[in-house]
Design a binder for this molecule. Structure first.
Ligand code: SAM
Length: 277
């Protein structure tokens, strides 16, 4: 049976009729090639619970997710013009697609729909990291997150201690999830073509955390450590006891934060706890 979505005009055809010129302020780089949107949707399947898409824009990825069998897809889009553009798709997919006009930075998407809940998105690059940090605070509400980032951010998410791009985001993601880069998407697949390359990352929240810790303490400790990433830990943590305090935790005071394991960051966060302010 043909899905009514397959009978819609192509997105390129609709774009030429309706006004949806990409706005830089909204991080709009549209992905219109179904080879890539299908590849992203395929890597997030199967779709058993609620799928949340952030920033559907003209709906290329939205179509792929629906065509691959999502039962309930809730899309959050800030741009009113895109909401109008998506009307036809919403009708063709009824009742599986809900579209909410909202700012994803203030939407409690972790409460949307039912488990197993997952997020899929070609994220607006200007707010991709704050969005990820917000969702990490509710990581156990999600089964998986399949997200496109600027390649450098993707590399930071999956970095291991000792790698030059290991940073705050790497520690938080490693503590809460297992994350891997699935594939890259060339810049010329987007309209307009961005100046940076992109990569799709899949994060699977850990059911059992490897080390006990509190997220707000870990956030603070990693902030202190990586604010001065070239300094040895004994200097960055001087006012908290420096060398002596670090040695008592079996942490080498002479190393730099990019060489410290997630386990040791958790130990440090637990030890300093409320002192961190
Ligand atoms: N998913 C579409 C695609 O792949 O072609 C569009 C991706 S584009 C990189 C990012 C989308 O996020 C745009 O549609 C943009 O309007 C939307 N967006 C930007 N800021 C947003 C926000 N704060 N909340 C929700 N959506 C936002």
């Amino acid at each position: 049976m043909i899905d009514p979505i397959d009978n819609l005009p192509t997105i390129r055809e609709s774009l030429s009729k309706l006004n949806l010129r990409a706005k830089k302020s909204l991080g709009q780089n549209f992905l219109l090639d179904a080879v890539f949107t299908d590849k992203i949707a395929e890597s997030a399947a199967p779709f058993e619970g609620t799928v949340i898409e952030i920033g559907p824009g003209p709906g290329g990825l939205t179509r792929s997710i629906l065509l691959m069998g999502a039962h309930e897809l809730i899309a959050v889009e800030k741009d009113r013009r895109a909401i109008v553009f998506l009307e036809e798709l919403k009708k063709a997919a009824s009742p599986r697609l809900q579209i909410r006009q909202a700012d994803a930075l203030t939407e409690p998407v972790w409460e949307f729909g039912f488990q197993p809940r997952q997020i899929i998105a070609n994220l607006p690059y200007n707010i991709a990291t704050p969005l990820l940090i917000l969702w990490l605070k509710h990581a156990n509400a999600f089964d998986k997150l399949t997200l496109m980032f600027q390649k450098e951010v993707a590399e930071r998410i999956v970095a291991q201690p000792g790698e030059s791009c290991f940073g705050r985001l790497s520690v938080l993601c490693d503590w809460l999830t297992t994350a891997k880069i699935l594939f890259e998407i060339p810049a010329d697949a987007f309209l307009p073509k961005p100046k940076v390359n992109s990569a799709v990352v899949q994060l699977m929240p850990r059911k059992n955390l490897l080390f006990d810790c509190r997220l707000n303490y870990l956030e603070r400790v990693t902030q202190i450590a990586f604010n001065q990433r070239r300094k040895m830990l004994r200097a960055s943590f001087k006012k908290f006891g420096g060398t002596q305090m670090l040695t008592s935790l079996n942490i080498n005071p002479m190393i730099r934060p990019q060489d410290l394991s997630t386990e040791s960051f958790c130990k440090l966060a637990n030890h300093l706890g409320p002192q961190l302010g």
